[in-house]
Write a protein of this length. Structure first.
Lengths: 115, 113
């Protein structure tokens, strides 16, 4: 049982390049989300999905796209990388329960540097 | 604005000592509060989760408390170990579409021998 798997672990991009961060979960969780973590700040929500085919914007969505064609996968696309997108990115999955969402499981992160 | 504030920002303690980390929040409507441990270079791992009706939850040497009236929580670590060195993050879930999480910036704990 792998949980949440993120790839790659590290990536260096040049300004203007595009790339896709991969996220897969094997727990059949309906919720998946992407966060970025910057020094001195809490994790901030980029995009999230409440089920296959349904996505929504989080707190800092600009410059990122997502899609959710299957329950398992939730890729994050950087359209045209900028230095401000240098960060550590975490994918998480969870399930809905009584009164909220539970079982939040985070991937190990992707450290992205844009030069 | 939904916010989670944690204190102190960082803390150094000797192995075997106890410590308490604080969390104040303004998230509304409140769903639940979680404490996570994040080791360097890893994703956050859940320690405890408490709903509105719970005021204490333990997980081994970790004990979390919640005062929903004052919107405060604490995480108490007993008999600290070197492996407790990590960032501890307070996270509050808002009862809304997607049940969004609001993260604190974390308290960096270093346990010295």
């Amino acid at each position: 049982n792998a949980g949440v798997t993120q790839t790659p672990k590290f990536q260096v991009l040049k300004t203007g390049q595009s790339m896709t961060l991969q996220c897969a979960q094997d727990m059949n969780h309906e919720y998946m989300s992407w966060y970025r973590q910057d020094p001195g700040m809490g994790l901030r929500l980029i995009h999230y999905s409440v089920g296959a085919g349904i996505t929504d914007q989080g707190e800092v969505p600009n410059g990122y796209n997502v899609s959710r064609s299957t329950t398992e996968d939730f890729p994050l696309r950087l359209l045209s990388a900028a230095p401000s997108q240098t960060s550590v990115y975490f994918c998480a999955s969870s399930y809905s329960g009584q009164g909220g969402t539970y079982g939040y499981t985070f991937g190990s992160g992707t450290r992205l540097t844009v030069v | 604005k939904n916010q989670v504030e944690q204190s102190p920002q960082s803390l150094i303690i000797l192995e075997g000592k106890n410590c308490t980390l604080q969390c104040n929040y303004t998230v509304s409507p409140f769903s639940n509060l979680r404490w996570y441990k994040q080791d360097t270079g890893r994703g956050p791992v859940s320690l405890t989760i408490m709903t509105f009706s719970e005021n204490t939850k333990s997980n081994g040497r970790y004990t979390a408390t919640l005062d929903a009236d004052t919107k405060q929580s604490s995480l108490h670590i007993t008999a600290s170990q070197l492996s407790d060195s990590a960032s501890y993050i307070c996270v509050v879930s808002a009862r809304m579409r997607g049940n969004k999480l609001v993260f604190g910036a974390g308290t960096i704990l270093r346990v010295k021998s």
